[in-house]
Design a protein. Structure first.
Length: 624
């Protein structure tokens, strides 16, 4: 349905789905459904059992389709903060006093994201692949002065300071694997704390130093606001499950029974349960608190330590707690005590306190555990059409995170396309001697990869957009040089009364000459006179007769050193990599290719004397 979003919060203990629409800048819930995992398919926010999680998602999807009467094909999701990496950076652009529009602002933010990703890549040194799951703009700048919004203004320079968040590919890929099993296409991806802040703390109160803590089952995600923006994200790998496990150990019950006890006890009444021996027991509120208090203390300590670290070693003004784990008795009080705040300044927040959500009568998910899913919907309403693009490569569809400056090379990198399939290698040369004079036959020239975008010739630097069709024909390596004695004799015009020896032994004419062979040709018991040392070589064509050819090739200057490109009739830039030592398989940023000081592409034709530059952009910046 138009202006409608299906949002899914896949949590460690439960899955919540909401179909919502935007009405007058407010979110209206059309339908919602919640299920709990039938087993512990997730730990600490990470999916461990993809089929089990997919079963839960399928159940939620089916229930919502029944309630709405609509087929759900697309979904907005969020990833937990497990293994979260954040980078804060600032970028600037010259705009020559032009009026600033949305495209210019978007381009500025994308440049910031690219810079943040480069900094992260340098830190991890290729150990893992990380995925940008969201970002927030801390501040915009116009002519170096902070400004709330850039659009419509004019100036010499614009800038932005961003906080970008990244997760390992493994976390994101497991989410995608679940969605694929239930035929859902992701249209928006964000981070759970980003989603929670977006819905729980309106922009007009972010001038205050506030903290949002989303205490789930597996992780406790943290976001901090100050001076009108979100300034930091963090995560504690501990939450409600540790409390449940304390109940399991102290009262000898299974995990699901412990979960029920934990939820019922918050009402302050006694709870009756059966332990693993089948014995019926009664548990008081005070007995429960005594059993779990050591874990509550540990959880509160870790949350406060992370808040203090992210907030510059000082307490915030207020802490909002959401998530199912925040409903455990005393956790809010313990956080307040450790931060030195009045208990009233640490509040557990449910849907009733959300100002931009239309209220639902007898809302079955009205508590703090129902907040994040609405934040996922809110982010989706703002970002749909920006987060992903779909392209086709050699007939197969790929969904990629949209950086607004994707090139063919960037897309292939995200798809883990083998870069070696793009570069052709010439066949090995064959070197031997004839009557003491060195001869060389060159291997066949390789054919570089052919790239087309929407049927038109393209290069790795060609920019791509949503819906583009990319066709790539792999590079074809040239065949190794091959020559028989018969072909050698024919090429010399000597074919009567000849005796040919190889390394002192007489060989048949069908003998294939090997590298390093010493060949002697004798006519009527006389050795054929020697020839010039220019030698013979092959173009790589496999005709019946191999003509004697001159030594073809050019000499170019590569990074200050002379390099001979031998055996090439019409060399192009990519051929250089067959003659120099340059590792393309371990990229260190963007590769820079230049011919005579001008940017070039792999297919750029070369001529004798050209000055070539090849380097990784980041390497050069570091040397500076």
């Amino acid at each position: 349905m138009e202006n409608t979003v299906f949002a899914l919060d896949i949590g460690t203990r439960s899955i919540i789905g909401v179909v919502a629409e935007m009405v007058d800048d407010n979110i209206k819930i059309i339908a919602q459904h919640r299920v709990e995992h039938s087993s512990r398919a997730m730990y600490d926010g990470q999916i461990h059992n993809i089929p089990k999680v997919a079963e839960g998602v399928a159940e939620v999807k089916a229930a919502l389709e029944k309630k709405t009467g609509q087929k759900l094909n697309q979904v907005a999701i969020a990833a937990a903060g497990r293994s979260l990496k954040t980078r804060r950076c600032r970028v600037e652009q010259n705009i020559d006093n032009r009026e600033i529009n949305t495209t210019m602002v978007r381009s500025l933010e994308i440049e910031g994201l690219q810079k943040a990703y480069q900094e992260l890549s340098e830190e991890i040194k290729g150990k893992d692949r990380f995925y940008c799951v969201g970002h927030t703009v801390i501040s915009y700048y116009l002519n170096n002065y902070p400004i709330a919004s850039l659009e419509g203004h004019q100036g010499e320079t614009i800038g932005a300071e961003l906080l970008a968040t990244f997760l390992p590919d493994s976390v994101v890929n497991s989410l995608y694997a679940v969605l694929q099993r239930v035929e859902l296409e992701p249209v928006s991806l964000t981070l759970e704390p980003i989603a929670a802040v977006d819905i729980a703390i309106p922009e007009d109160v972010r001038t205050l130093n506030l903290v949002l803590v989303d205490i789930g089952a597996g992780t406790s995600d943290i976001a901090i606001t100050r001076d009108g923006s979100i300034t930091a994200y963090g995560m504690v790998p501990m939450a409600g499950d540790e409390i449940t496990e304390a109940v399991v150990e102290n009262f000898l019950v299974d995990f699901n029974t412990a979960e029920k006890i934990k939820r019922q006890i918050k009402k302050g009444k006694n709870v009756t349960y059966k332990d693993i021996l089948g014995v019926k027991n009664s548990l008081t509120y005070q007995e429960f608190i005594e059993a779990v208090e050591p874990v509550l203390d540990k959880l509160a300590d870790k949350i406060v330590q992370e808040i203090t670290k992210l907030n510059g070693d000082k307490p915030p003004k207020t802490v909002f707690c959401i998530g199912g784990g925040s409903q455990v008795p005393l956790i809010d009080k313990k956080i307040a005590e450790r931060l030195g705040l009045p208990h009233s300044r640490v509040a557990v927040r449910g849907r009733s306190m959300l100002t931009n959500v239309k209220k639902v009568k007898r809302d079955p998910i009205s508590g703090p555990d129902g907040v994040t899913v609405l934040g996922i919907a809110s982010i989706a309403f703002k970002n749909i059409g920006h987060n992903f693009i779909t392209i086709k490569v050699n007939g197969k569809d790929y969904k990629l995170f949209n950086t607004r400056s994707l090139t063919v090379a960037g897309a292939l990198g995200l798809m883990e396309y083998n870069p070696r399939d793009l570069i052709a290698h010439n066949g090995k040369n064959l070197t031997f001697t004839v009557n003491g004079y060195k001869k060389q036959v060159f291997g066949e020239l390789g054919r570089p990869a052919e790239i087309k975008v929407n049927g038109r010739p393209a290069s790795l630097q060609t920019k791509i957009k949503d819906g583009d069709n990319i066709e790539i024909k792999k590079a074809v390596n040239g065949a190794d040089a091959s020559l028989t004695l018969e072909e050698l004799v024919k090429s010399r015009g000597n074919n009567k009364d000849i005796q040919v020896t190889v390394n002192g032994d007489i060989k048949d004419y069908d003998y294939k000459i090997q590298d390093g062979d010493e060949i002697e040709i004798i006519i009527n018991e006389k050795m054929v006179p020697g020839e010039e040392k220019a030698g013979t070589e092959s173009t790589g064509q496999r005709g019946e007769d191999k003509p004697q050819l001159k030594d073809k090739g050019i000499t170019v200057i590569v990074n200050g050193e002379k390099v001979q490109l031998r055996g090439l009739e019409n060399p192009v830039f990519v051929d250089i990599f067959n003659f120099i030592d340059f590792d393309l398989n371990n990229p260190r940023g963007m590769i820079v290719l230049k011919v005579n000081g001008e940017k070039a592409e792999y297919t750029h034709p070369l001529k004798d004397g050209d000055r070539i530059e090849i380097y990784w952009q980041e390497d050069k910046e570091q040397r500076r």
